[in-house]
Write a protein that binds this ligand. Structure first.
Ligand SMILES: [Zn+2]
Ligand SMILES: [Zn+2]
Length: 365
């Protein structure tokens, strides 16, 4: 009886899952299903924390009637935080494969344009030669029979099959670097400095920071700025919600003990989240100001290009102002920024101890 009941339940579940997969084909992929569940859980969690407050706090409802702008601002922050979460999760972190394709395609396009202009020029020259009087046609040796010799190489190369991407990446490393040690064994692609393969995304990411389970995506050059704004919004929202919880508990303590217990438990969870978010915000602000990534900070000794550099020297640091500018504004809408490794001379300059003059001249900025 129990076995047949169990099997019928399993059949019903698999039938429902099949129907759901047919209705929404994107949910047939387990990774997409788990990403959707994660996002749904996050939205429900936000609604729970804010909803409980509006359910129990009569004072807040009264305040909403008299000062609607107060609740409207809170709701606006609530919505903006959720929107920022979805925007960050949906933004590409800067996959190396996409950048490589864009650069190689741009190079191929430039070559096609050059080839077309060369053909046009050669045709014009031939027509001009044909129009010349008979005695003049004997002079140019290259066009004496009207043929045009053009070498077409479908692969955008200068030497063998060196692509534009290979040339660009190799120019970012010191002279004697070998491409074999710089190629990702999973993507089989040449990695520029600061890129790393993410095993969760199964792609190489530019300026890899970390893979965020909460967002279900990597944090890299493409979405690090948005990620910072998301944790900033989430911190502000959590702090405001904590203040509302404390305000309710202060004025209503002992009125309804069961409601108080629920709110105290939720406040405890909120406080832990708030501490975590504040630390995360401070940590990422520090990384941004020194132009580092979480991966570079945590795995400094294991990263080849950071080996041998003193701990307090940040090789990509260009001063706080420039770092902030590069982080917030430098990325154009279509292209990512590729950083070259600093030379020994530049590293020596960065490792020079600070003097009074450096402090006065704001060397760190
Ligand atoms: Zn890779
Ligand atoms: Zn990833």
């Amino acid at each position: 009886m129990g076995v047949s009941c169990g099997s019928s339940l399993r059949d019903t579940w698999s039938r429902a899952a099949d129907r759901c997969s047919r209705l929404f084909p994107c949910f047939s992929d387990p990774a997409r299903r788990s990403a959707f569940s994660l996002k749904l859980a996050l939205v429900l969690l936000h609604i729970l924390f804010a909803g409980v407050l509006f359910l129990f706090d009569r004072d807040l409802i009264e305040k909403t009637k008299h000062q609607p702008w107060y609740t409207a601002t809170y709701v606006l922050l609530f919505v903006a935080t959720l929107v920022q979460y979805f925007v960050t999760a949906g933004t590409s972190p800067g996959y190396v494969i996409d950048v490589q394709k864009a650069i190689d395609e741009r190079d191929a396009e430039a070559r096609r344009t050059l080839l077309a202009s060369n053909i046009q020029k050669a045709v014009d020259d031939r027509d001009a030669a044909a129009r010349k009087p008979l005695f003049a046609s004997k002079q140019p040796a290259s066009s004496k029979n009207g043929d045009v010799a053009i070498t077409v190489d479908g692969r955008n190369n200068h030497r063998g099959n060196v692509t534009a991407w290979t040339k660009l990446v190799m120019s970012l490393f010191p002279q004697r670097s070998s491409p074999t040690g710089l190629t990702c064994p999973y993507c089989n692609i040449l990695q520029p400095p600061r890129a790393k393969h993410c095993h969760d995304c199964n792609k190489c990411v530019l300026q890899f920071d970390h893979h965020c389970v909460w967002l279900g995506t990597c944090i890299g050059q493409g979405n690090h700025c948005r990620f910072w704004w998301y944790i900033c919004g989430e911190t502000a929202l959590t702090l405001w919600t904590c203040i509302l919880y404390i305000g309710y508990l202060k004025s209503n303590i002992l009125k309804a003990w069961w409601a108080d217990i629920i709110l105290i438990l939720l406040l405890a969870a909120l406080s832990i989240s708030l501490i975590f978010l504040m630390l995360l915000l401070l940590f990422h602000s520090y990384l941004i100001m020194t132009n580092q990534t979480t991966y570079e900070l945590v795995r400094r000794r294991r990263i080849a290009y950071l080996r041998g550099i003193p701990e307090r020297v940040y090789p990509f640091n260009e001063g706080v102002c420039r770092n902030l500018y590069l982080f917030c504004c430098a990325r154009s809408s279509s292209m990512y920024r590729l950083e070259r490794l600093p030379t020994a001379q530049e590293l020596e300059e960065k490792s020079r101890p600070y003097t009074c003059y450096d402090v006065l001249s704001c060397r760190c900025c």
